[in-house]
Design a protein around this ligand. Structure first.
Ligand SMILES: Nc1ncnc2c1ncn2[C@@H]1O[C@H](COP(=O)(O)OP(=O)(O)OP(=O)(O)O)[C@@H](O)[C@H]1O
Ligand SMILES: [Mg+2]
Length: 256
């Protein structure tokens, strides 16, 4: 369980980056944070593993106020895939995936077995192991990033635009694979995305952020049937339009 109570964040020149956030993520939930650029999504996510500290308020993970935890220990039990935090270029794929287990002092044979298991989970061949990150495609590197985040068996996964820079097919494939992994491993996932279609398809709860606040928390069905305001309505307009366009196209196709 992740619990935000009255959480605020201010930076020197920007006093209202986050204004009083209250929300919960229950065990096993897949929650998406969505909203316009600059609305505070990445800041919210980074508060959960203490990459950023709140200005006020309390964040609990599994009941414990994280301000009282050791941030390094906290980060080792939470997996995170952030765009821009890439793989270590001079380490092999096996070394990249095994980095957290190694820091946690796992025996070498266990790490080796775990690396094999994870490559299988993210659907890459075991022959990748000895390669360097630059010898893989962007999509394959994102899969390795995912494997690395899962290596020490975290219960919670934080993902900031993890599928962002990929071509649409690879992106859909990886998102679908992650959705299966989330269920199989009974993870709790918080995903930051710009893409409402992705949020609607992947998550069971969507948190819509706007200008440092939350404008709606609800299931995909709820957002589609009862958007709380014009901000949410604008965000669901594009997936709605695409559904309409595709339906018309299919109808035309069936008439040929
Ligand atoms: N270190 C910082 N110092 C000052 N302001 C910051 C800092 N980090 C973020 N901000 C500001 O806080 C606000 C929220 O940033 P954040 O990165 O959380 O947005 P975001 O919703 O993730 O945006 P995007 O979709 O573009 O990634 C922005 O206005 C940003 O300029
Ligand atoms: Mg961001």
């Amino acid at each position: 369980m992740i619990h935000f109570e009255q959480v605020t964040k201010a930076y020197g020149g920007n006093p209202a980056v986050l204004r009083c956030l209250n929300f919960q993520v229950r065990p096993g939930e897949f929650v998406s944070l969505i909203g316009r650029s600059g609305c505070g999504k990445s800041t919210t996510l980074s508060l959960i593993n203490r990459l950023i500290e709140p200005t006020s308020g309390t964040i609990r993970v599994d009941g414990q106020d994280i301000a009282t935890t050791n941030p390094v220990a906290l980060r080792r039990r939470i997996g995170f895939v952030f765009q821009g935090i890439g793989l270590f270029p001079h380490l092999t794929i096996a070394e990249n995936i095994g980095i957290t287990p190694r820091l946690l002092g796992w025996p070498a044979v266990e790490i080796k077995t775990r690396v094999r298991e994870l490559l299988d989970l993210v659907r890459l061949p075991p022959t990748c192991e000895s390669r360097l990150p630059r010898e893989l495609s962007g999509g394959e590197q994102q899969r390795i990033g995912l494997a690395r985040a899962l290596a020490a068996r975290p219960r919670i996964m934080l993902m900031d635009e993890p599928f962002g820079a990929l071509d649409p097919l690879v992106r859909d494939e990886l998102a679908a694979d992650y959705s299966v992994i989330h269920r199989q491993l009974r993870l709790t996932t918080v995903l930051v995305t710009h893409d409402m279609t992705e949020a609607l398809l992947l998550s069971n709860k969507i948190i819509v952020q706007h200008a440092g606040g939350i404008v709606q928390i609800g299931t995909p069905q709820k957002l589609l049937s009862a958007p709380a305001d014009e901000v949410v309505a604008a965000l669901i307009e594009s997936p709605r339009r695409r559904i309409g366009q595709l339906t018309r196209l299919l109808e035309q196709g069936s008439m040929l």
